[in-house]
Design a protein around this ligand. Structure first.
Ligand code: PRX
Length: 628
């Protein structure tokens, strides 16, 4: 059996040889002769003289061997529909979508903003972009007009692809009014809107701008659209994520490096094989969905399951019946989903034949020991935690099950650094590397980042450099903005974010974004949003709000009315995902003398911890209004 430590060492000692070998996992139109160009740090160009295409690698190249094998298995417990597309059928749909894109004026390098629920058309649209060298920007369907508008203005898409509605827990969520609201708010006006009509909600079309997918799809039934061979460094997509400021960051990823990194991870990390069925229960609007619902499994010639719905609807057995019916081999979800399932009768799980399942992967938030133990024991398969970020596109820390299946797991730790990542811990004040076991530091990665990680932030190289590469004092090291420790065996434990990013049920949200939505209310003077530990969701958002007038503080009815309006405003601006679990009206917020909000002290009080050193605080009494 291979030894992971040796495998890892080789990836660092001879990265060119290591990644040259991995690059053979994908098809190239022109094979790269150069592997890594790190001549302009912290920027890096992987496989700079190679040309390839992501759609070719995810779909076309499997056709000779796998035309009739399932590629995309779509299951919706929301609408009760289920449909399997073979590789040949997926290819047809993608070519039709690509032809529609051409028709609507999308060219190489143009952006296509995709605002869709978990329906097959989301996969077709992403792959169609890749096929023609357009850049997709998928916006999570749980986001509302404000979030959508800011992303439209940043990405400046030629085309927006959307649908009449999504559905959650049986409740139809009309998308078109949210999209129309966003397009009205945004400065940038896309050339066209393509609408998928699921028959769930009325969706009036704006003449000249909005187009009906069904009729265009008919028109292009036999369309043939060749893959555009693009440089490996051609941007494949932009995916927005939250950071410290209210302005979301457009994580930009390349084509060739991403394809190689994902193909490698399917083998080395997920121990998957061509022909396997991979079920990643995430959303296409998040990075986990990009990498492991869509591209990873398809690059590896697997069937991928795309699931629309909740894990407990119609009951907590729905995923397990799906595993049985489609003989799922590898599953991937979030600890939150497992915590939800854990509250239901184990009989739901035991009722299905899960013998096809080899392993379960969990990511996106800390995995607590009771959840890990419950699911491992109930399923009887190994459970592997993996730690990464939107920015990296694939795991940073985990156990590489495909390299060394018996590498021991440690409770509470996602594992050790994956090949290609030079991970370290750094003192947040001095920037010194922390080498002794047990020391808490900022988790950093020394450049060049391995293939698949972000190239830059869309349209903002300066922000990319200053945010990620100048946060650890005195050294140009990529900051993950996570605290961590490392034990004597090299296993890391993640201790939470160093910045103001919240993780609610595995969803990454910025304090600042929510605060800005709240302070947009004319009755609000100031707001502070913090993430507070929650047994089910990992964290929930709690908002402390200072009203402009004393009324809502003194009069309960006025207070309730303001609170309700604030909640409605956040939902309308950002979407229900961002809605705080609690809004607390306070006369004043704790701040430093220089006026900086003391979010960390607020959070500590909410979690019943010591708020720490308050000597820099402007008015120590302000903290008395903060109650758990
Ligand atoms: O704080 C870490 C947490 O989620 C952040 C990244 O979130 P996102 O960009 O949405 O990417 C998720 C990709 C899986 C990280 O900075 N996080 C992610 N995975 C874990 C985690 N925290 C603890 N354990 C994990 N396995």
């Amino acid at each position: 059996m291979a030894d992971y430590a040796a495998f890892y060492q080789r990836s660092l000692q001879d990265p060119d040889a290591f990644w040259r070998e991995e690059a053979a996992r994908i098809d190239w139109q022109k094979s790269p002769t150069r592997i890594c160009d790190a001549s302009r740090p912290p920027f890096v160009r992987w496989f700079p003289d190679g040309t390839t295409n992501l759609c070719h690698n995810a779909v076309d190249r499997h056709l000779p061997e796998r035309a009739d094998q399932p590629a995309l298995i779509w299951v919706s417990s929301e609408t009760g529909e289920e449909k399997t597309y073979t590789y040949a059928e997926l290819d047809r749909e993608v070519q039709r979508m690509a032809a529609i894109f051409f028709d609507l004026g999308v060219g190489l390098g143009d952006r296509v903003l995709i605002y869709l629920p978990m329906i097959p058309e989301a996969a077709f649209a992403m792959l169609a972009c890749a096929r023609i060298g357009a850049i997709h920007c998928v916006v999570f369907g749980g986001f509302a007009s404000g979030s959508l508008a800011s992303r439209i203005d940043d990405a400046r898409p030629t085309l927006v692809v959307s649908a009449d509605a999504g559905s959650r827990g049986g409740k139809v969520i009309p998308y078109k009014p949210l999209l129309d609201g966003a397009l009205a708010q945004a400065q940038h006006k896309p050339h066209a809107v393509l609408l998928v009509d699921r028959g769930l909600a009325p969706a009036a079309r704006v003449a000249g701008r909005d187009h009906d997918y069904t009729s265009l799809r008919e028109r292009h039934a036999q369309a043939e659209v060749l893959c555009a061979w693009v440089p490996a460094t051609h941007p494949g997509y932009v995916l927005y994520t939250s950071g410290t400021t209210g302005k979301p960051k457009g994580v930009q990823r390349d084509t060739g490096g991403y394809a190689v990194a994902l193909a490698a991870s399917m083998a080395h990390v997920f121990a998957g094989k061509p022909g396997d069925t991979f079920f990643c229960a995430s959303d296409i609007g998040w990075v986990v969905g990009h990498s492991y619902i869509l591209y990873g499994p398809l690059l590896a010639g697997m069937a991928t399951v795309m699931y629309e719905g909740l894990p407990i609807q119609p009951d907590a057995g729905v995923w397990w019946r799906l595993v049985e019916r489609h003989r799922v081999n590898v599953m991937f979800t979030s600890p939150t989903a497992i915590r939800i399932l854990k509250r239901h009768d184990l009989a739901h799980l035991k009722a299905s034949d899960l013998s096809s399942l080899r392993t379960l992967f969990l990511a996106g938030e800390p995995l607590d020991e009771p959840t890990a133990a419950w699911v491992a024991e109930s399923l009887g398969v190994p459970v592997t935690d993996n730690y990464w970020q939107t920015e990296t596109g694939w795991p940073i820390l985990t156990l590489a099950r495909g390299v060394q299946p018996d590498q021991p797991a440690k409770l509470g730790s996602p594992g050790v650094p994956l090949y290609g990542y030079r991970v370290g811990l750094f003192d947040d004040v001095t920037g010194e590397p922390l080498t002794e076991p047990g020391r808490k530091g900022v988790l950093g990665i020394e450049g060049p980042l391995p293939p698949g990680c972000l190239q830059t932030l869309w349209g903002n190289d300066a922000r990319f450099v200053s945010t990620y590469w100048q946060s650890i004092p005195g050294r140009q090291v990529y900051s993950t903005f996570d605290w961590a420790t490392r034990d004597a065996d090299g296993y890391y434990t993640i201790l939470g974010r160093t910045d103001d990013v919240l993780n609610v049920a595995g969803h990454r949200l910025g304090s600042r974004e929510i605060e800005e939505a709240i302070t947009g209310h004319p009755g609000v003077a100031e707001a502070a949003v913090v993430g507070v530990a929650d047994a089910d969701k990992g964290q929930v958002a709690v908002a402390f709000v200072v009203p402009r007038a004393a009324g809502p503080l003194e009069d309960a009815t006025q207070g309730e009315a303001l609170t309700a309006e604030i909640l409605a405003r956040v939902a309308a601006d950002l979407g229900p995902v961002a809605r705080p679990a609690r809004v607390v009206l306070v006369p004043v917020l704790p701040k430093t003398r220089s006026g900086k909000l003391l979010r960390r002290a607020i959070q500590a009080v909410c979690e019943g911890r010591d708020p720490g050193d308050l000597s820099t605080m402007e008015d120590a009494a302000a903290l008395q209004h903060i109650r758990p």
